[in-house]
Design a protein around this ligand. Structure first.
Ligand SMILES: Nc1ncnc2c1ncn2[C@@H]1O[C@H](COP(=O)(O)OP(=O)(O)OP(=O)(O)O)[C@@H](O)[C@H]1O
Ligand SMILES: [Mg+2]
Length: 245
């Protein structure tokens, strides 16, 4: 039986205090270990919100999130921070790197918080930068790197603590077509060779086409799509969703 790594039950989220407009509504969802999931949907449909909830950056208004058998909503901030450090790697559209620090220092940083000794940190970070093809840029300040190279640094940083899950929010949003393909290749490598569970929010069909499970958010509800369109499963308890192209 395939092992589930993330289980979401009865998830609803409101940003407004009056709770009249849910951003996410009645979401029921299971993600299996090793899946490559894409999430698409219009701007404002709640894609970043669901990613932040799964990554323990945001507590949902209602419902439960279990990751690797542990309920993450309701955890105290210290435990949540540890969960994020050990279990999740984040990749963002705008890289979120320290621009005046070298690629190496950026990748080493999460190891510092994990308590890895200095002499090992450098070695581990160097090896990870080589894995993403940046062995010749290790000592370059990030601000001197191209967008694609910066995204590779942020992927190396996301992988450095060997988390089971990688969450990416528009990872190719700032890149041109050729560079975009390099990042797509790295996502496939993380999934197939490193066996990471990937959840990637993307507007980009080439990225979504690499996913084994394609999800769509529509008005706060989550649906699964087959290749070529059409809904195979509904991931909400209530409210039927019309077929999307
Ligand atoms: N911190 C916040 N406070 C209040 N409302 C928010 C907050 N963050 C997001 N929202 C609202 O929640 C809705 C969903 O936002 P979210 O960022 O999840 O959308 P998205 O699908 O990621 O959009 P995009 O494709 O533009 O990144 C939007 O209407 C947005 O305005
Ligand atoms: Mg977003």
């Amino acid at each position: 039986m395939e092992e589930k790594i993330i289980q979401i039950t009865g998830l609803t989220h409101f940003y407004n205090k009056t709770k009249d407009q849910p951003v996410l509504q009645d979401i029921e969802w299971e993600i299996k270990k090793g899946e490559f999931v894409s999430i698409q949907g219009r701007s404002g449909s709640g894609k970043s919100t669901i990613l932040h909830i799964i990554g323990g950056l945001l507590t949902p208004s209602e419902g439960y999130i279990n990751v690797d058998g542990m309920r993450i909503n309701g955890l105290k901030e210290k435990k949540l921070a540890l969960f994020r450090l050990k279990s999740i790697g984040f990749v963002f559209q705008s890289y979120h790197l320290f621009q005046n620090m070298t690629a190496l220092k950026n990748v080493e940083e999460p190891l510092f918080y994990s308590g890895v000794k200095r002499k090992y940190r450098k070695e581990i970070a160097q090896e990870m930068l080589s894995k993403v093809g940046l062995e010749d840029k290790i000592n370059s300040p990030v601000q001197e790197l191209s967008g694609g190279q910066q995204q590779r640094v942020s992927i190396a940083r996301a992988l450095i603590n060997d988390p089971d899950i990688i969450l990416a929010d528009e990872p190719t949003g700032n890149l041109d077509g050729l560079t975009e393909q390099e990042i797509i290749d790295l996502f496939v490598y993380m999934n197939k060779s490193l066996n990471k569970t990937l959840i990637v929010v993307t507007h980009n069909d080439s990225v979504a086409d690499c996913a084994s499970v394609k999800m769509k958010l529509h008005e706060g509800k989550l649906v699964e799509r087959k290749t070529g369109g059409g809904i195979v499963k509904e991931y909400t308890e209530s409210n039927k969703i019309s077929m999307e192209p």
